[in-house]
Design a protein around this ligand. Structure first.
Ligand SMILES: Cc1ncc(C[n+]2csc(CCOP(=O)(O)OP(=O)(O)O)c2C)c(N)n1
Ligand SMILES: [Mg+2]
Length: 332
């Protein structure tokens, strides 16, 4: 479903090793996500923002970029940070608000991912602020003479905010290497897409800013990877930003505080569960002989054990000390 001015050389073919890693990252993301939900329901974790259903989109874009690029994920992007090396332990430490939490030392709500060494820039809770930050970072990076791109993600609902339009306009005027990645899951909490905007595809909005816009199947890891790689290459060549739309669906409520039965049918959810991105990737790795059935089963066991261990570790880890309250506010 390519749209405007989006031509670029194809990504080099992924090696079996890279495909295996992507599949593992998707599986780890799903397993962390499912267990976090259970921990919430068991009364052990106050708040969870799930990513279930978005794994192909997230691991797809997270693994198509370089460590020198800048990542500005949004709250749902566990799969992006996992593709960058974020571990199950880190996810659970953050969930429980423990001192060792990589992203904020236990200060932030879960889902506010930040990791200086991996160029992952933490976001704020008001949706869409990261979109403007990405533009500023791309501009700064260009002034420094680097060839990095800044990639930021958001939901389709967030594209109705002013910040989004200002960011696209500026980035396109200055031909900045920014990837605006919209994970379109058809809802902004309870509001369906047709009440959020009058266009069918978010990528149509690219036209109004004179930039490339691309819509792909967000449940297809390879499509998301390829589209991101190509958009990044265009950005590095000075051809400007791209608006990428990955059409997907969250198969669980918006957050642990939401009840999606109030605004969508079980039939609709079931229909999307049949298009599960992990089942699809599993079918691919088995059909291509990248993993045997036995290796696949072993991988699932290994990932589950990793998440069990992470929960046990994070549960007993200490909370931040009261004396440390003011740390991380000013540079040291
Ligand atoms: C400026 C602002 N308005 C409202 C909210 C409350 N809120 C949090 S997430 C969300 C829905 C966003 O939907 P979308 O952009 O489609 O992303 P999704 O959660 O579906 O991935 C809203 C309204 C907020 N955090 N910030
Ligand atoms: Mg949405």
């Amino acid at each position: 479903m390519a749209r405007t001015k989006a031509r670029a050389a194809a990504a080099p073919a992924l090696t079996a090793e890279a495909i295996r890693k992507a599949y593992r990252d998707m599986l780890l993301t799903r397993t962390i996500d499912e267990r976090q939900w259970v921990l919430n329901r068991a009364g052990k974790a106050p708040f969870v923002i799930p990513c279930r259903g978005h794994e192909a989109a997230q691991v797809g874009w997270g693994s198509a970029l370089r460590p020198t690029d800048f990542f500005l994920p949004y709250y749902r992007d566990l799969g992006v940070v996992v593709a960058c090396g974020y571990t199950a332990r880190q996810a659970m430490l953050s969930l429980f608000g423990k001192a060792e939490d990589l992203t904020s030392g236990g200060r932030q709500m879960p889902g506010h991912y930040g990791w200086r060494e991996r160029h992952i820039i933490t976001g704020s809770s008001p949706v869409g602020t990261q979109v403007l930050h990405a533009v500023g970072i791309a501009y700064a990076s260009r002034l420094r003479g680097e060839d990095a791109v800044a990639a930021t993600a958001l939901g389709e609902g967030t594209t109705s905010q002013g910040d989004f339009h200002e960011a696209l306009n500026w980035a396109s005027i200055f031909k900045l290497p920014v990837l605006f990645i919209v994970e379109n899951n058809e809802y902004a909490i309870s509001v369906p897409q047709h009440k959020e905007m009058a266009v069918q595809d978010v990528s149509e909005r690219a036209l109004g800013y004179g930039m490339a816009g691309v819509t792909v199947d967000g449940n297809d890891f390879f499509a998301c990877y390829e589209a991101t790689f190509q958009a990044a290459e265009r950005g590095r060549r000075g051809e400007g930003p791209t608006l990428l739309e990955f059409k997907t669906y969250r198969t669980v409520p918006h957050s642990s505080d939401d009840d999606d039965r109030a605004y969508r049918t079980r039939e609709e959810v079931e229909e999307w569960k049949q298009k599960d991105p992990i089942t699809r990737m599993q079918a691919h790795v088995l059909a291509e002989g990248i993993l045997t059935k036995e290796e696949d089963e072993a991988l699932w066991r290994e990932v589950r054990a990793e998440v069990d261990e992470a929960i046990a570790y994070a549960e007993q880890a200490p909370y931040p000390k009261v004396e440390d309250l003011h740390r991380h506010v000013y540079g040291e």
